[in-house]
Design a protein. Structure first.
Length: 128
């Protein structure tokens, strides 16, 4: 039996829920609410719900894709940098590299750092 199978299933369930099921439900609900506020209450633009949904999706998909691309190109770098500054393991590894480069590290510290990295490399991704 795989190690941490419950944790893997929990992660898969959360990702499937948040990224696909709830996203689809939210888009569907947004279309219904927008239709009720914009079209159903307004006699000027009488449209069926399915026509409104198609028009909405034609505009929504490209706009959301452009916003997602902007986020990927600009914001993710900032978020990852902020996470790096908050991670003590990253700081310890960077300090170790800097100490080795500057010649400050002892042979024991270099060997300890090397064995730490070797353990990370040996870790089987299926183990998580």
């Amino acid at each position: 039996m795989q190690k941490n199978i419950i944790r893997k299933m929990w992660l898969d369930g959360r990702l499937g829920h948040a990224n696909y099921l709830m996203f689809s439900l939210q888009v569907f609900m947004f279309i219904i609410i927008a239709y009720n506020f914009v079209i159903d209450e307004n006699e000027i633009f009488p449209l069926e719900l399915w026509v409104f949904a198609i028009i909405f999706i034609i505009f929504y998909v490209p706009i959301s894709t452009l916003i997602g691309r902007w986020h990927t190109n600009s914001q993710i770098r900032i978020e990852n940098t902020m996470k790096m500054y908050e991670d003590p393991r990253t700081a310890k590894m960077m300090r170790g590299l800097l100490n080795v480069k500057m010649g400050v590290s002892t042979k024991e510290e270099i060997d300890e750092f090397r064995s730490f990295l070797t353990e990370i490399e040996k870790t089987d991704i299926n183990e998580f």
